[in-house]
Design a protein around this ligand. Sequence first.
Ligand SMILES: C[S@@+](CC[C@H](N)C(=O)[O-])C[C@H]1O[C@@H](n2cnc3c(N)ncnc32)[C@H](O)[C@@H]1O
Length: 325
Amino acid sequence: MIDSGDFFSYISGIPELHEWLAELPRHVYDWRMREQNHGLPEYESCIWKLGKLRTDSFSFTDDYVTVGSGSEVSESFRPFLLDMLREFKPWKKGPFSVFGIKVESEWRSDFKWNRLQGLISPLAGRKVFDAGCGNGYHLFRYLGAGAELAAGCDPSTVSAGQFHLVKSFIRKSVPAYLIPLPLEDFPAVSWFDTVFSMGVIYHRRSPVEHLEILGSLLRSGGELVLETLIVPGDGRTFLVPKDRYAKMPNIWFIPSIESMRLLLERTGFRVRSVSQGTVTTADEQRRTEWMDYESLDDFLMPGDRTLTVEGYPAPCRAIFVAEKQ
Ligand SMILES: C[S@@+](CC[C@H](N)C(=O)[O-])C[C@H]1O[C@@H](n2cnc3c(N)ncnc32)[C@H](O)[C@@H]1O
């Protein structure tokens, strides 16, 4: 069952997180009730049908988050496994290798991971939280980098389904947990060593509130890793799209590097480093058989790939590493 029961057992031994224990289970219960008509029973049924498929072999250090090898499943079983994996489409984040089947997601999330690894404090032994973690691809990579705990939240039901499916194949208990709730449901705990927010802030109506909640989860001196779309400009520049940005309806504001730095400083962070902007390419975001809707190519202006179809600057992303004061 996708009910975060394993996470609640895990944190029952951590007094600093007892407020989460008091608050979050009822929110997860409400989420389960709401999602009954939005695919949750179907995802759980697939996971249940694959219940006997377990492996001791997994790797979180390769570009493909890998569980199991092709030799562990018979040729006659493989089409069934493939069908089950397809039930969880669209796979936006990844890639994954599941018993030899390559799940080629829309995003090469390993590109982002490879860009940020050299910028952040090493994760070995750290307790990590990822706000808006999608299907948890990066949660597995944090464990691969030695994190002691990789917890994340994301209210998307298909993402929770994908995460639990992948994790369900691993026989050993691994400390990666996805709680299917929005960040705003999490009480302040001042406990985590590193908090990630990647690709989320421009979806929020209130970026300041988002930063304040992220700060409330970090211990003093802890590290925030914030990744966001950016636009060219100075400390006064924020792009508020008139309607859509790159066809996305839910983009509220996009900062420049300088305005993002200012917001971080105003909300109690000391910015330690900022990456250069990276323009998103069709190598990193593309349509695949696992995500066969529109993708980057359809979001850019025909004939001028420096602009979105709406005429805004094409997607460019930066990573901010900041310390909670
Ligand atoms: C662009 S994706 C980024 C996923 C992942 N962090 C990455 O960088 O690959 C944005 C994610 O934020 C999630 N999200 C949106 N609002 C959220 C909120 N209030 N709390 C937590 N997650 C949220 C969405 O469901 C979506 O999965």
